[in-house]
Ligand binder design. Structure first.
Ligand code: ZN
Length: 229
């Protein structure tokens, strides 16, 4: 079996995976993600505060027009003769008006609170936005450091993969799929006292025999393919 192509492929593939893993799980990427999450929280808060402020304003406008109606009625009653019935109706209107005034005052306080919440969310959002831009810039700088290497490796991986023996490739892919890094390792040690080049466990006699006979065996402990050149 042609191991050289596989080993060259493994080297490029592992390096590319390591770089991508570093970038994806790196501190700078995590920072970008966490700031984006905080920003999106503030945006939601701003939208909710705005919706609530609108609702309060509508209620305020409605209460205000009710108050106008009541004032008009009070004025009309005031022009009528001051008999008992008129006086009673005027008192009722005034009572109603006092209630509406209290409602208006409460709505005004609520709307001020909603507007403050909106403003705070807006300000926080702006702050997070600036932080997000800075963190993205730093992440992109880190990424661009690897940029040309990534491009070279990506091409290498495609080219080499086409040359690797199909059976070897299948085993390689299966082991990588099990999250095993560097699935093909050279046997360590020498005749009679082999150990795995990946996890350094000593090979059993039967595995050592297989290795001697076929040039390959699979480590019992880490499942890597051990080869002998
Ligand atoms: Zn092993």
């Amino acid at each position: 079996m042609d191991l050289d192509n596989l080993l060259a492929y493994q080297k490029a593939d592992m390096r590319l995976r390591r770089i991508n893993g570093t970038l994806a799980g790196g501190e700078k990427k995590q920072k970008v993600d966490s700031i984006r999450a905080a920003y999106s929280e503030e945006s939601k808060r701003a939208v909710a505060a705005e919706a609530s402020a609108t609702q309060i304003m509508n209620a305020y406008a409605e209460a205000e027009s009710q108050a106008d109606e009541l004032i008009k009625r009070a004025q009309e009653l005031g022009r009528e003769d001051g008999n008992d019935e008129t006086i009673a109706r005027l008192a009722a209107v005034k009572e109603e008006l006092a209630k509406i005034s209290a409602t208006l005052a409460s709505l005004k306080a609520q709307s001020e609170k909603a507007l403050r919440a909106y403003k705070t969310a807006q300000e926080n959002g702006k702050k997070y936005r600036a932080q997000y831009e800075q963190a993205t810039k730093e992440y992109n700088e880190e990424k661009s450091k690897y940029g040309s290497e990534i491009a070279t490796l990506e091409k290498e991986v495609v080219d080499l993969r086409a040359k690797v023996d199909a059976k070897l490739l299948e085993r390689y892919d299966s082991l990588v799929g099990q999250r095993i890094t560097n699935p093909f390792v050279e046997a360590a040690g020498s005749n009679k006292s082999y150990s795995c080049g990946g996890c350094f466990m000593a090979l059993s006699q039967s595995l050592a025999d297989t290795l001697e006979k076929t040039g390959f065996c699979q480590c019992d402990s880490c499942k890597r393919i051990i080869y002998k050149k």
